[in-house]
Design a binder for this molecule. Sequence first.
Ligand SMILES: Nc1ncnc2c1ncn2[C@@H]1O[C@H](COP(=O)(O)OP(=O)(O)OP(=O)(O)O)[C@@H](O)[C@H]1O
Ligand SMILES: O=C(O)C1=C[C@@H](O)[C@@H](O)[C@H](O)C1
Ligand SMILES: [Mg+2]
Length: 178
Amino acid sequence: MRRNIVLIGMMGAGKTAIGGELARRLRRPFSDTDAEIERAAAMTIPEIFARDGEEFFRARESEVLGRVLASGPGIVSTGGGAWLRPENRARIGEDGVSVWLDCDLETLWHRVRHRPTRPLLQTPDPRGTLERLLAERGPVYALADIRVPAQRGDSIEQTAERVLDAIRAHDPAILEGR
Ligand SMILES: Nc1ncnc2c1ncn2[C@@H]1O[C@H](COP(=O)(O)OP(=O)(O)OP(=O)(O)O)[C@@H](O)[C@H]1O
Ligand SMILES: O=C(O)C1=C[C@@H](O)[C@@H](O)[C@H](O)C1
Ligand SMILES: [Mg+2]
């Protein structure tokens, strides 16, 4: 059984930060699809979007996701848009448990506003764009196996603990090794 733990949710929800913490605690390998794409392309995500466009990025994302899931069981942090593609959701469902880090708009905005690393927010009204993306994507993220609230008041450690509690309640076998 390959039960990867796959973090999904909006940009700034903490998928990368919480994923690293979970991997340390569980002593399992950690993969971040955004980082893997950047490494394989030897380009940053803004550079990939600017040169090759979003569709190209999404195709690389699906490839990388399939590869890291197959090499599990590990902790996989996805990019904010990965879960939106039905083929990615199906692939995650085959090989892992999906955990939605559900974070409110204010917290997301607080975390992403000074970071120029998210090409989708390079708009005249980035906060409005973030709000629209959250409204559009929320119902799709809600299809995840598990939802964990990830709010500003909580530390990375507290949220990681919540994720582990939620996984234990969902299916304790996921935490019981390989
Ligand atoms: N309680 C917390 N949980 C998660 N992240 C936190 C928390 N407190 C502060 N942070 C900070 O907020 C940021 C969260 O961003 P992170 O890159 O982990 O989000 P992400 O979901 O991976 O976004 P993206 O989809 O753009 O990759 C990090 O800089 C992290 O250190
Ligand atoms: O929410 C999104 O669509 C994205 C989030 C980031 O993780 C990156 O994958 C990229 O900036 C796109
Ligand atoms: Mg990330």
